[in-house]
Design a binder for this molecule. Sequence first.
Ligand code: BT5
Length: 319
Amino acid sequence: MNKRILSILKNADTPVSGQTIAGELNISRTAVWKHIKKLRAIGYEIIGHPKVGYKLAYAPDIIVCEELESVLSPDFRDQVVCFDCIESTNDTAKEMASAGKLHPVGLVVAEEQVGGRGRFRRPWVSPRGGIWISLVIRPHITPAAAGKVAIAAAVAVAEAIIEIASVDAKVKWPNDILINGKKVCGILTEMAGEFGQIEYLVIGIGINANFHTSELSGNGIPATTLMDECSRPINRILLIKEIVAQITAGLIELEDNYSGILRRWKELSDTIGRHVALDTGGRIINGLAVDLDKDGRLILELASGDRKAYSTGEVTMSK
Ligand code: BT5
């Protein structure tokens, strides 16, 4: 209902009376007033009162769940859940998906995370203004093929960021998105399943969107935000819509054109062709990153001339 009232106010040049809104939505004027009160409480500046009419003076940068759901494909109807503040969207998505919810797909969104996670349970700083989302999908693939989904997701998110924010985003192995060498996004793909069959995959995406890099710098993180790169806030709903659309398209493309996805990953790559130091959990391997294999492993050419594939680790550019 809040979304429908907002849509009436957003489309009106002049104040709209409580009676008109009540008539259009087939609710009482008291109900309209209560919804206006709720919208004001979450930051919408609505001037006026029932008799002279209401006018939207300021819309805060808030992800309204119904608004987001309305721009996604019909599969997402009633499958988008938004939180103001939670521990981790990936944890909530896994709990819900394990309980049979978020079916056939679903999206968990938070304005803020206080227990956001990266790989190896590293903390992911997630202040307000960011995009902290977890997409639940149930593809008919084996666990071994999950790596391909992660590759397709990285390509999809990078292309969505390029499209919506008009920035030169690059992919860093395995799953970071960088702008000018600084991390703007991290992706954490987790799966559940048994007997060689995936039950569901959770693709957790964290994008530093509408806040300043200074909110992260206290953590000593060499990162950037879309707002700092573009010198303006971006439309988060539009970006989430584009990400979900691109990932959905990527999942279909995976089946018959995986080589096309791999090629795009390489074109977007900030890693291939560079000398890197790969930290595999204590052991540092230096080499030239020459390729990505079909399972998403990074191929390094070592000083000996040998080529080796690595499936996990932390890459830093050495030259
Ligand atoms: C990642 O891990 O890059 C995956 C991050 C995934 C976060 C999303 S948010 C929605 C969903 N819910 C979750 O709980 N997680 C997912 P990794 O490659 O391990 O990188 C983690 C490292 O990035 C940390 O050790 C920090 O050094 C750095 N870092 C933490 N917060 C950051 C931020 N906001 N921006 C850039 N770097 C950050």
